[in-house]
Write a new protein. Structure first.
Ligand SMILES: Cc1cc2nc3c(=O)[nH]c(=O)nc-3n(C[C@H](O)[C@H](O)[C@H](O)COP(=O)(O)OP(=O)(O)OC[C@H]3O[C@@H](n4cnc5c(N)ncnc54)[C@H](O)[C@@H]3O)c2cc1C
Length: 330
């Protein structure tokens, strides 16, 4: 078993762990950061780098380099409530250098800090290394046990910091209780392509009981559809026909198809269903035919479902679910 001695062992290479590791290494402290994944690529997580974080990057002397990474700037926040567009916040009065939110995937931010951390001799970032337990010495936490694909490691440290996220292994091993603050919402995530002429800034669209936030990721929109906490199952049970607006569904599905270069049969199937929901049955049938041509032979379940939908559309029936559609057909 490998043994390491360091001043500080941090578990978790998220924003907390990487930032702390960087700051300690910069201050000359030896630090080992353990991250169980091979990379920082966690999609749908953390697109906004806030003015306060950008100010920290300025204070660290990293801002200029950091802003060379691809990002877009949000200088004001506007929402659409019904048909009204309102500016609800702008950042020009903030006493900071960057009076904007930078939209950038979290993995770019983490890669950047990790790469810069490596300039300091005391920064030891170990990817694919999962903390499994705490080491106790005389009743005190004295480090971390971890594993890689090949080995077990013991990291003995003067200070151990658990930054291993919301399901923290080390928090549980240390016996800490969690106070759950119950966020009042859940979010359904999806992406659609960006078209020329789309707005550059964040789009927030609020209707009675519904909110859609669209984050500009340059060549596509990262979309967050906010629903009340715990209602994801209700949405599923109620069926997608209640969830979606047929006209908007077409525009979103067309973009989803565009983003996959018209080569994804499932995307085309979704677009066909959206066409049928708005009564455009001929387009729906033509689109399903395109999907059928692309579907691999062995995917017989999807092929059968598409065949069934074509029959429905030929009868001028939208797809709701096969059972209710079949009952209506009798
Ligand atoms: C869907 C979603 C969208 C979000 N959007 C934004 C946003 O736009 N802007 C924003 O500022 N914040 C956003 N957040 C919040 C932000 O992602 C979190 O606040 C932030 O990631 C928390 O950082 P962290 O370092 O504490 O934990 P995490 O980011 O969860 O990092 C924990 C890390 O520890 C690693 N790990 C876990 N267990 C172990 C182990 N046993 N050993 C080693 N490593 C381990 C994990 O792989 C992970 O990399 C979003 C969160 C979610 C879920």
């Amino acid at each position: 078993m490998m043994q390491i001695k360091t001043t500080c062992c941090i578990t978790g290479g998220g924003p907390a762990g990487i930032t702390l590791g960087y700051l300690l290494a910069r201050a000359g402290v030896s630090v080992v950061v353990l991250e169980k994944h091979a990379d920082f690529l966690r999609d749908f997580r953390g697109d906004t780098i806030h003015p306060s974080t950008l100010e920290m990057m300025h204070e660290l002397g990293l801002l200029e380099e950091f802003l060379k990474l691809p990002h877009s700037k949000v200088r004001q926040l506007s929402v659409q409530i019904g048909d009204d567009h309102l500016v609800v916040g702008h950042f020009e009065h903030l006493p900071v250098h960057c009076k904007f939110i930078a939209l950038m995937p979290q993995w770019d931010f983490l890669n950047f800090l990790a790469e810069n951390g490596k300039r300091f001799g005391g920064f030891d970032l170990r990817m694919r290394t999962e903390a499994t337990d705490l080491i106790f010495d005389d009743g005190k936490v004295a480090g971390v046990r971890a594993k890689t694909a090949e080995d077990q490691i013991e990291i003995h440290a003067d200070l151990t910091v658990a930054c291993d996220g919301r399901h923290s292994t080390l928090r549980e091993r240390a016996g800490f209780n969690v106070e759950n603050l119950h966020a009042p919402m859940d979010v359904m995530w999806f992406r659609i392509s960006r078209n020329d002429g789309d707005p550059a800034e964040v789009v927030a669209h609020i209707e009675s009981g519904r909110m859609l936030v669209m984050l500009n990721r340059n060549d596509y929109w990262q979309c967050a559809y906010v629903i009340p906490k715990g209602t994801a199952e209700d949405v599923e049970h109620a069926g997608l026909d209640k969830f979606r607006n047929a006209v908007e569904a077409i525009s979103f599905a067309e973009r989803a198809v565009a983003i996959t270069g018209q080569r994804d049969p499932i995307g085309l199937d979704v677009l066909a269903v959206a066409y049928a929901a708005s009564g455009a049955f001929d387009k729906a049938i033509a689109t399903e035919r395109e999907a059928q041509l692309l579907l691999p032979e062995q995917n017989s379940t999807a092929a059968a479902a598409i065949r069934d939908r074509v029959v429905l559309f030929q009868k001028r029936l939208p797809f709701v679910d096969l059972h209710s559609a079949a009952s209506r057909d009798k």
